[in-house]
Ligand binder design. Structure first.
Ligand code: F1P
Length: 354
């Protein structure tokens, strides 16, 4: 495919599975490093980040909790700067995971500086830069070197950092079959990427919308947030995200024919998400359904575009893969508008102010 605009972003989207393969090769290092601090006294976990890295934290926190049984939440790094006493209970041993592509974002640095001398706190960085300030500040760090990007907008780094957190969580929770399925994701990416690229580019050239909603539950809520941000950053359009069923409680009032609603369907939530899909179609909405083992009824529904991963893997494995169609969608909408996603308006690769 001849690429004129946003070549860095395009290449990074198309080659992100290289980074996933590198993380898989680091599995032994993860196990050894984890042994140094993993212990049963840890009762709480908090994931922090900014922008896309906060959305990584939302998905990563959910999966960490699911795989380890440890109570976990995700908050923007700025919340820890303002209210550390609310989020960090003095008595319970808490592990704080700081997620940052650059390892330089001021809010993340200041948040860790604020709490690093607290008792009962272990700090762990997930970043692409080994010698970053964040990696040096934290007690431990897990580096996704191949997640580094030239682009301002996070795509490959998003899935790489999330993949690293999934691998870390599977090791911590001793989930051997989960880890075996993670091994398969780079190959699944290779299997799907060309078909997805062609189908999504065609869909974008045949359909245009003015409003975008992204809906997901559980670990897919972080994905919905990230897809919302990609549309703002790359395509410069208005977009929102919600937990899927939350959309019924008011936001659905604005559904119209100029709206595309993307729903990331999960296995636990599928039957209820199908009910929601049917209701939204009655309001004239256009739907982009991305999920696993989606019914023929949904695939044949009017105004519905479906990407079905068709795997036996759970949604808790598939998170890095499930965001890729929305990265492609945002890229093709942006380039169809003549926008250069490598130089997005108003944005810098790192926000070093507060
Ligand atoms: C995160 C971030 C991105 C945002 C933009 C500026 O930086 O805020 O989420 O899209 O690229 O940087 P980092 O802490 O992950 O380096």
């Amino acid at each position: 495919m001849k690429i004129k605009l946003g070549k860095n972003s395009y290449d990074e989207i198309l080659k992100q599975n290289d980074s996933w393969e590198a993380i898989l090769k680091d599995k032994k290092k993860y196990i050894e490093k984890l042994e140094a601090f993993k212990n049963d006294d840890i009762k709480n976990a908090i994931f922090i980040g900014c922008g896309s890295s906060y959305y990584i934290s939302l998905s990563g926190s959910f999966i960490f909790s699911k795989l380890t049984g440890i109570n976990s939440k995700a908050v923007p790094a700025s919340e820890i700067i303002f209210y550390p006493e609310v989020y960090l209970p003095a008595e319970a041993k808490t592990i704080v995971f700081a997620v940052s592509r650059s390892g330089k974002t001021t809010e993340v640095i200041k948040a860790i500086e604020k709490i690093s001398n607290y008792n009962n706190i272990i700090t762990v960085a997930f970043t692409c830069y080994e010698n970053s300030e964040l990696a040096k500040l934290c007690d431990y760090s897990f580096i996704t070197k191949k997640g580094k990007e030239k682009s301002v907008v996070m795509t490959k780094s998003f899935t790489s950092l999330l993949f690293a957190i999934q691998q870390f969580s599977g090791i911590w929770g001793n989930k051997k079959s989960y880890l075996k399925k993670l091994d398969k994701l780079p190959e699944l990416f290779n299997l799907y990427i060309e078909k997805w690229q062609n189908r999504i580019q065609e869909y974008v050239s045949d359909n245009s919308f003015e409003f975008y909603e992204f809906l997901g539950h559980g670990n897919y809520y972080g994905v919905a947030n990230e897809a919302m941000l990609k549309m703002k950053e790359m395509a410069i359009v208005s977009s929102e995200d919600f937990h899927s069923l939350e959309f019924r409680h008011g936001p659905k009032s604005i559904v119209n024919k100029k709206m595309l609603i993307t729903i990331y369907t999960g296995e636990t939530t599928y039957t209820k998400e199908v009910n929601l899909i049917e209701e939204l179609l009655e309001y004239g909405a256009n739907l982009f359904i991305i999920g696993n083992n989606i019914s023929a009824k949904i695939k044949n529904a009017p105004r519905t575009f479906v990407i079905d991963l068709n795997t036996e893997f759970s949604q808790f494995v598939l998170t890095p893969l499930i965001i890729v169609p929305s990265q492609l969608y945002a890229y093709f909408v942006a380039t169809s508008k003549g926008l250069d996603v490598d130089n997005p308006q108003n944005l810098t690769q790192v926000v070093e102010k507060i």
